[in-house]
Ligand binder design. Structure first.
Ligand code: SF4
Length: 372
């Protein structure tokens, strides 16, 4: 289960997620989220194994608002006893009082949006926290949570490889068991894009991002982190169960504005507008669009997501799920990539090689089924 909390204190320059910087409608939003949870309970026939509060900034929720949502979940859904319950939090929200409140709830995993431990990077990205808050929030969070992930961004203009290594070293010294790390991307209609166009910020260089990705693989592997998905590194026992389920194509229910859902055959997405979302739910309507995925859409999604994981693509599963035609196609398209040493075979699974790692998405697209 994914719950989108669409509010942030300020807009990060690179961000194109759905959020509002006005929190005026937070109480109505929580009501609407609870209503959507109620209206959609029949869509979930099995147990809920993970709950993920993403955003936006879910750490802006008060204790009462969180409790309101949990009350609806627990009285309408069957949540397994050892469910992984993650909340994304920003460092500036993690006061001791807030952490005590979160630890007293059923949340058992924090994903902290650090992005960088350096002031220059945080300012360039317009993050709401400073370098000291980044550091202190983790030290404090560790007193209340054992299962902590932090987000770091690489490829930031002006961030040298040396500073990137320092960022990684600080994360290692803090002994967090999980790190998610993404290359800074320049999305359309973001402040970052316009700043680059106006020459106020240097362009993002793919070569630098690649170098920093390689530095990260080397540094984190040496520190016993498993790079179990392209952007995710975990110590044994600390892989994200929520994200792993997503990569393995398990169904999920997405609640809140802009949230996506998947039932194995259809993708649904809620409207990305807070006011319209609230108004619809007040009328008892879910403002969503739905698309039925074709067999080739589902094959392409499997290729895309699995190839980014360390488990790769199980060829037997492709045959079981999509038939011999798709398996034969996959094997045929993979031949050249294997010869180029971008893909490798391991126990009947196709995996990207070390050489192919940074090119995972491009490699996946070579294996896609394209309808004529
Ligand atoms: S806090 Fe997260 S969701 Fe909000 S603007 Fe920044 S990156 Fe985007």
């Amino acid at each position: 289960m994914y719950i989108h909390i669409p509010f942030c204190k300020q807009a990060c320059h690179y961000c194109d997620f759905h959020f509002s910087t006005s929190v005026k409608k937070k109480p109505e939003m929580v009501e609407a989220i609870c209503k959507e949870l109620l209206l959609r309970k029949e869509e979930v026939s099995g147990n809920v194994e993970t709950i993920y509060f993403g955003g936006g900034t879910p750490s802006l929720l008060s204790a009462e608002e969180l409790q309101q949502i949990f009350d609806v979940i627990h009285s309408n859904y069957s949540v397994v006893e050892n469910a992984e319950i993650t909340l994304e939090a920003n460092p500036d929200d993690l006061s001791e009082e807030k952490l005590k409140m979160l630890a007293a709830s059923t949340i058992n995993r924090l994903s902290i949006g650090v992005q960088s431990f350096f002031e220059e990077d945080l300012k360039l990205m317009n993050r709401a926290h400073n370098a000291e808050e980044a550091l202190e929030s983790i030290k404090l969070a560790k007193q209340y949570f054992g299962n902590i992930s932090i987000d770091l961004i690489y490829g930031i203009p002006g961030m040298s490889n040396r500073r990137w290594k320092e960022n990684l070293q600080i994360a290692l010294d803090l002994e967090v068991p999980h790190i998610s790390s993404y290359a800074l991307t320049v999305e359309p209609k973001t402040a970052l894009k316009s700043m680059i166009e106006k020459g106020k910020v240097a362009p993002v260089e793919e070569e630098l991002a690649k170098e920093q990705y390689e530095i990260m693989i080397e540094t984190l592997s040496a520190a016993n982190f498993d790079n179990y998905e392209f952007s995710n590194f975990g110590k044994p026992g600390f892989f994200s169960r929520n994200n792993t389920a997503y990569w393995f194509g398990k169904p999920y229910l997405g609640i809140g504005p802009s949230a996506h859902s998947f039932d194995g055959f259809h993708r649904k997405w809620n409207i990305s507008n807070n006011t319209l979302y609230i108004k619809s739910l007040q009328k008892g309507e879910i403002p969503a669009e739905i698309e039925k995925l074709s067999i080739s859409d589902r094959y392409n999604e499997l290729v895309m997501t699995r190839l980014r994981t360390k488990w790769g693509i199980a060829v037997d599963e492709v045959e079981r799920s999509f038939g011999k035609k798709y398996k034969d196609y996959l094997l045929r398209e993979a031949t050249g990539l294997i010869e180029d040493k971008l893909l490798e075979w391991h126990n009947n699974r196709l995996q990207v090689s070390k050489k192919g790692k940074f090119l995972s998405d491009g490699i996946a697209s070579e294996l896609f089924w394209v309808e004529n």
